[in-house]
Ligand binder design. Structure first.
Ligand code: ATP
Length: 410
């Protein structure tokens, strides 16, 4: 498909996201005319427009200083604008969308993974510094709204391929590996063969070691939030991006999984002895860090005991081993299906323990003479006896408690 002019981008913004945003874009267009600046719609916005996808955020590139443009807009509109002076970029924030306005520029990476040094430049410079050809097309917001595609992004969109723009791309910015997996899985595109080889070489040269834990974590969060996480994770593991031995497990379905299980599920695809190494690579929030620690703990409990557990299926012993493990961690083990026999056992265990209900409460136990410090021990005894089917009523529980109290007083 060849496109020369798209018509005024404001029209398609109006049809896709509504009048309010079309008017905002209209203000930007007016400001550009007042300042005699050329402005282009660029990046993911053009890609999604061509693909007929829903528009989310809008990317604009200004030939000149983006900050001058947003200053002009802010004279007429009461909106939130966040400026990043060092990079000459700004984000216009509205309730539903963000408009990222950058100054067209070229970028130089002094070393792999560094933040780039920027020099203001023309549209060509700005398109060349981008990650992939499909993200390097532009539509002018000045008449006649020319469609600019010097790097042949349209051809790649037509063919359904992801292609980098130069062979240093992943070394300069290794986060592009993650971006590549996201786009390939999101659009079900193939990774162009030379891009594939370049990625493999960069990974083999440990390119990821040049980026911070925080950036790596951020990229991983984006992967885990992709609509088609399963395929993105498959790429991640097959390209051995993290340098940890692992095998993609197609039985783990991220798309239907609770958010809080995703990190654990991802880790479970790596060899168990590298779980700690996986954990150390990221800077996780407390909830996810705890989920991972609990999972590692559960795996080591099961590893230390699995032969015994499987042979005996002693529900009392299982209860004592697993009572401190959060239910979500047990669920995670089942979902990740690390050891099929143990999964079956855990499922049975969860079914039994879900049904167990003790009739006596703490106050009842104290009234029956149980010492405060022994309450949890007595409750364990009652739960185990109930799990084993040895007792099933309040009076039977009371009898056990009385025997226990008499026994411990002897
Ligand atoms: P998404 O739908 O995932 O947000 P997007 O293409 O809009 O996709 P952004 O992260 O918003 O992605 O970036 C906007 C544009 O900026 C991209 O389309 C690309 O042209 C450029 N870009 C972003 N990150 C990089 C990067 N790491 N290297 C080179 N270019 C980048």
């Amino acid at each position: 498909m060849e496109i020369r002019s798209t018509g005024n981008p404001i029209h398609w913004v109006r049809t896709q996201i509504g009048d309010k945003y079309a008017e905002l874009l209209g203000e930007i267009q007016r400001a550009a005319i007042t300042l005699d600046l050329e402005v282009f719609v660029v990046g993911g916005t053009v890609r999604d427009w061509v693909l007929g996808k829903e528009l989310k955020d809008i990317d604009l590139s200004v030939i000149g200083d983006a900050l001058v443009l947003v200053d002009e807009i802010s004279k007429n509109l009461d909106i939130t604008i966040v400026k990043y002076k060092k990079f000459h970029t700004a984000t216009i924030k509205t309730a539903e969308i963000e408009i990222d306005v950058v100054s067209a520029r070229s970028e130089i990476y002094n070393y792999g993974g560094a933040l780039p040094e920027i020099t203001l430049g023309n549209l060509n410079d700005d398109l060349r510094r981008r990650d992939f050809s499909i993200n390097a097309m532009a539509i002018s917001m000045n008449t006649p709204y020319e469609f600019m595609d010097p790097l042949k992004g349209m051809t790649d969109l037509d063919k359904g391929i992801i292609r980098i723009l130069h062979d240093q791309s992943f070394i300069d910015d290794p986060t592009r590996l993650f971006r590549m997996f996201r786009y390939a899985s999101r659009f079900d595109f193939a990774i162009e063969s030379e891009t594939c080889r370049t990625a493999e070489t960069a990974i083999a040269e440990n390119c990821l070691t040049t980026i911070s834990k925080e950036r790596l974590t951020h990229e991983m969060v984006l992967i885990l939030n992709e609509p088609n996480t399963d395929s993105a994770v498959k790429y991640l593991i097959e390209f051995d991006v993290l340098g940890i031995p692992g095998v993609y497990n197609p039985l783990i379905l991220f798309s239907t999984m609770k958010q809080e299980l995703k990190w654990v599920a991802l880790m479970s695809m790596y060899e168990k002895k590298y779980y700690e190494m996986f954990f150390q690579k990221f800077s996780l929030d407390r909830q996810n860090a705890n989920a991972i620690k609990e999972f590692i703990n559960l795996c080591s409990i099961l590893d230390d005991n699995d032969a015994d557990l499987l042979n005996e299926m002693d529900i009392g012993r299982m209860y004592l081993l697993l009572k401190g493990i959060p239910r979500i961690t047990l669920d995670a083990y089942v979902i990740c299906n690390i050891n099929t026999d143990l999964v079956k056992l855990l499922q049975q265990y969860m079914m039994y323990t879900d049904r167990v209900k003790i009739n006596l409460n703490g106050m009842d136990l104290i009234n029956l003479g149980v010492d405060k410090n022994q309450i949890s021990e007595v409750i364990d005894v009652l739960i185990i006896k109930t799990l084993k089917g040895e007792i099933s009523s309040k009076s039977e529980e009371e009898l056990i408690v009385v025997q226990y109290v008499n026994g411990s007083n002897d």
